[in-house]
Design a protein around this ligand. Structure first.
Ligand code: FES
Length: 925
């Protein structure tokens, strides 16, 4: 058939049943993204004869003779469509995976659509932004109004910054991401957007049972399918056990996972893998694999799982494998306290409050699913291109599993379509590596959206019991915390999440007596893993709700109750800290400002009015977070001056919408006093720098950024020295200028400086300096969230009338991006507070493995967030910055829960606070 695409004619032969999206991508039109297969997310949107459609549900043969327009063809030549221009101007994307489809759908809107914009865009999901900048971009583009000033009300300050150069691209400015034009047109490649000739397709057979031993697998028929190249089972897999969860220290996670195992522990666990020339052949072969299971009893409730007589998931694991008590299914346990007998202290308290909160299983729902492509390069090295937050840690673990030296493996990440902690795991790279090493052929393994729900990690569901004792004046006398965390079938991140969740959550408040009893327990559920907030969101739901209950009981304003009890600067920062002394210090303190900013904004209101008959309540919550992971977070960076006066900077961190690469470029721009056009950045590639722990724990600015700052300062210093020596003057009298170094004896050009460098300090492309950071000291940051909600007692509907977040981010490196991180974290918090839940049936199977059934926030669901920054300046971070990516999520659900409680006079204890649950609460009034 023949059709027109972006003004050109294309001849194609669709396969039976093929959708338009797949056909377009197979013809290299990778600006059409794949986020689902059901028309739910909009990432694949194209215009068909001018009308927006989701190409994944359009049969390819239907476009014969018709006109298809993609994000790359919305405007002629190099031009952008006004919507695309506006998306850039308004910082309307983070990871950018939704953005081409979003551009296409929005391009079809006219002024008459604006009053109903939220509904018109409801088929276009964005998991990163919280929608405000997208909404404003579309409104602005369609109305042709002037752009919104993206600058936030912060004062830029940049010590060590040159004050000359091109248009300011340095720290403190809302600089757009360098690939913005390519992102909005869909031209910035993600993992599966680069063709690899001859790539085999990998498909997986999943277990139908929650717990079973595999007696036998017959792959004869599968191997006979035309196009099948190999079939792998547990008999082909290395015996080495490891964890899919990745940390700087591999011993932070239990060695409880085999690449393919002869025991399955959750529904959907991979049992066998087929690689074939085509997806159809691989899928047919999967259907022909016969597996004989010996079904075992399963356990899905964590309390039952740790009780005597429960089926044991990993009976052979020991504390040497980092499994605390396999005989009780307990991966990790924390039983600690100080100040004496907590029950006695509570009994002696004038007032006590207590409650038990239950959180849900939540999906990261990144628009780009997990996936990796692997091949052998010309030097016989295994190369993996992956949608990962941790390329170095992935490489190291692949070397461990396959017993390969590091120099024989390269892992790199192109732009990643959303992470949120979920890609701090190895879910596809291990199978791809096995298949590549065995076949010698390139292999691709891309999760479907259903795979993403069944095989990727979810947020740890937790049962959190909090008991607080206090004086009548509101001073806490005791805090007792009991936590039961469901890690699911494997212990990836179980230990870290549990310890972290019990740390900053109660260290935020002073009390003479504290006690924590926490356990993370195996069950036959889909595994839990790292997720934005890393457990704090769950435990802080309990702590902050209990604090609200205490405020109500005592008649004290909830902001004031925090002021009375919050840890002060200089006091011991973390309660259960068994790490090296001085690991956490007060680099700055902004909680007091955050409380004032949020309270003032709530008092001012925003004019939103509740519908008639709805009940209104206000709620708030405060949270604290350490600014990076404990026990070290390593970054190596380099900065290179090229003879032409451009700079090449290299870092290890991945870009998945966190804005890290933009901030890193800003750091270099600040130090060298140049515009961004003179800086190139290579990142997230194990071939580029020595080592990098990865982009998690919000470390891209505070660790890699700090290392890069050091490299840039060292390079600038060396440039001045070399120029000074060249003219026999003092370096103190020299300064960087546009075309070289200005000395009292004239300009020394960049080429002269590079030529003067010694062999030791020369890289292939110029004069190089190195920076490194080991992240062995952490600071603390705060977030205060406040909301006013309306609740319909007749239906249980909750509407957010006003939401505010005040953040203690230190010096704000890129205000528009930092606001975006906060808005995005808030949106995810709203989703998990009100409706997001991965449902599991009585067999342990996920019941809602698609966006249509698992609801992530749509544009209409997320009202604007008022964002305020404390004016703080951190001693540790580069330029005084603190991390601010995962923490904005944490206080949202407790603030909403507290607002619902105050509206109804009845408190929700089960998250999400869904309509049915809130309705039941309303009936109890
Ligand atoms: Fe929309 Fe990431 S920017 S999904």
């Amino acid at each position: 058939m023949r059709f027109e695409i972006d003004g050109a004619s294309l001849e194609a032969e669709p396969r039976p049943g093929q959708c338009l999206r797949t056909l377009l991508r197979e013809h290299g039109r990778t600006e059409v993204k794949k986020g689902c297969d059901a028309g739910d997310c909009g990432a694949c949107a194209v215009l068909l004869d001018g009308e927006p459609v989701h190409s994944c549900i359009v049969p390819a043969p239907r476009v014969e003779g018709r006109r298809v327009t993609t994000a790359a063809g919305l405007a002629p030549g190099d031009e952008l469509h006004p919507v695309q221009e506006a998306l850039i101007e308004h910082f309307g994307f983070q990871c950018g995976f939704c953005t081409p489809g979003m551009s296409v759908t929005a391009s079809a809107l006219g002024p008459d659509d604006l009053p109903d914009l939220d509904r018109r865009m409801k088929g276009s999901l964005c998991r990163c932004t919280g929608y405000r900048p997208i909404r404003e971009a579309i409104m602005g583009a369609v109305r042709e109004t002037t752009k919104r000033d993206a600058e936030a009300p912060v004062s830029a300050r940049a010590p060590g910054v040159c004050d000359h150069g091109a248009a300011y691209s340095g720290v403190g400015a809302s600089v757009s991401p360098e690939p913005a034009r390519r992102v909005v047109q869909g031209q910035e490649p993600f993992t599966f957007d680069v063709a690899q000739p001859g790539t085999l397709v990998l498909r997986v057979v999943g277990s139908p049972h929650a717990h079973a031993r595999i007696r036998s697998i017959d792959t004869t028929a599968a191997r006979a399918v035309a196009g099948v190249v190999a079939v792998f089972t547990h008999e082909d897999a290395p015996a080495t056990r490891y964890s899919t969860g990745r940390h700087e220290h591999r011993t932070d996670d239990p060695d409880d996972t085999r690449l393919l195992d002869d025991v399955v522990r959750h529904v959907g666990q991979r049992v066998a893998a087929v690689v074939a020339e085509t997806a159809a052949a691989a899928e047919e072969a999967c259907r022909l694999i016969t597996i004989d299971y010996e079904v075992r009893p399963a356990v899905f409730e964590p309390e039952a799982a740790r009780s005597p007589g429960a089926p044991l998931l990993h009976p052979d694991r020991t504390p040497a494998d980092r499994v605390a008590d396999a005989g009780r299914n307990v991966v990790a346990a924390l039983h600690a306290g100080y100040g004496g007998d907590v029950d006695a202290a509570l009994a002696a308290s004038a007032v006590t409050v207590s409650g038990t909160w239950q959180t849900a299983r939540v999906s990261h729902a990144q628009l780009e699913t997990h996936g990796a492509v692997g091949w052998m390069d010309d030097e016989g090295r295994l190369v993996i291109r992956s949608s990962t937050q941790v390329p170095f840690l992935t490489r190291d673990e692949l070397c461990h599993v396959f017993d390969l030296p590091r120099e024989k493996v390269r892992v790199y990440a192109p732009r990643v379509g959303g992470g949120f902690g979920g890609k701090q795991e190895i879910f596809t790279e291990d199978l791809v590596a096995l298949a590549v090493l065995r076949t010698g052929r390139p292999v691709a393994y891309e999760f479907s959206r259903t795979d993403q729900f069944q095989r990727a990690a979810v947020r740890h569901p937790m049962r959190v019991t909090v008991t607080l004792g206090a004086t009548r004046e509101g001073e806490l006398t005791a805090i007792k915390l009991e936590v039961l965390s469901d890690t699911g079938a494997y212990g990836n991140h179980a230990i870290g999440v549990m310890f972290h969740s019990c740390s900053e959550s109660i260290s935020l408040y002073r009390a003479p007596v504290k006690r924590v009893d926490a356990e993370a327990v195996y069950t036959n559920n889909v595994p839990s893993g790292a997720f934005r907030g890393y457990g704090l969101g769950q435990v802080q739901l309990g702590v902050e709700s209990a604090m609200d209950e205490l405020a109500l009981r005592l008649g004290i304003d909830p902001f004031d109750l925090r002021r009375i009890n919050a840890v002060r600067e200089g006091e011991a920062p973390l309660a259960w800290h068994d790490e090296p002394e001085h690991d956490v210090i007060w680099g700055s303190y902004g909680l007091d400002q955050c409380l004032d900013l949020a309270q003032d904004a709530l008092r001012r209101g925003n004019g939103s009015v509740a519908p008639e008959g709805w009940l209104v309540g206000e709620g708030m919550a405060s949270t604290m977070i350490a600014t990076m992971a404990p026990r070290g977070h390593i970054a190596h960076t380099t900065a290179t001056l090229r003879p032409d006066g451009t700079y090449a900077v290299r870092t290890g961190t991945a870009e998945f919408g966190n804005g890290t690469t933009t901030v890193q470029r800003q750091i270099a721009a600040s130090v060298f006093g140049v515009g961004g056009e003179r800086i190139t950045l290579a990142h997230a590639d194990t071939d580029v720098v020595a080592h990098d722990t990865g982009a998690f724990a919000s470390a891209g600015t505070t660790v890699a950024g700090k290392a890069l700052y050091a490299a840039c300062l060292a390079l600038r210093e060396r440039m001045l020295q070399l120029a000074a020596a060249r003219r026999d003057v003092s370096a103190a009298d020299c300064a960087l200028v546009d075309d070289g170094v200005q000395t009292p004896a004239g300009i020394v050009t960049f080429a002269e400086i590079v030529a003067a460098a010694s062999a030791d300090e020369r890289a292939s492309d110029g004069l190089v300096a190195r920076g490194e950071e080991f992240g062995d000291v952490r600071s603390l940051a705060f977030n205060v969230h406040a909301v006013r909600v309306a609740v319909d007692p007749e239906t249980g509907s909750v509407r957010i009338l006003q939401q505010i977040q005040a953040a203690d981010a230190g010096f704000v490196m890129n205000p528009a991006q930092c606001i975006g991180q906060i808005e995005g974290g808030v949106a995810q918090g709203v989703g998990s507070a009100l409706y997001e839940e991965v449902m599991v049936d009585e067999r342990g199977a996920v019941e809602n493995p698609m966006f249509r059934l698992y609801r992530v926030p749509q544009m209409a669901d997320i009202p604007d967030t008022e964002v305020y920054f404390a004016d703080t300046d951190d001693d540790l971070g580069p330029f005084g910055a603190k991390s601010m990516s995962e923490s904005p999520y944490n206080p949202v659900a407790p603030a909403i829960g507290n607002a619902i409680a105050r509206a109804l006079g009845s408190r929700p204890y089960e998250q999400p606070f869904s309509r049915d649950r809130v309705w039941r609460l309303a009936q109890q009034r």
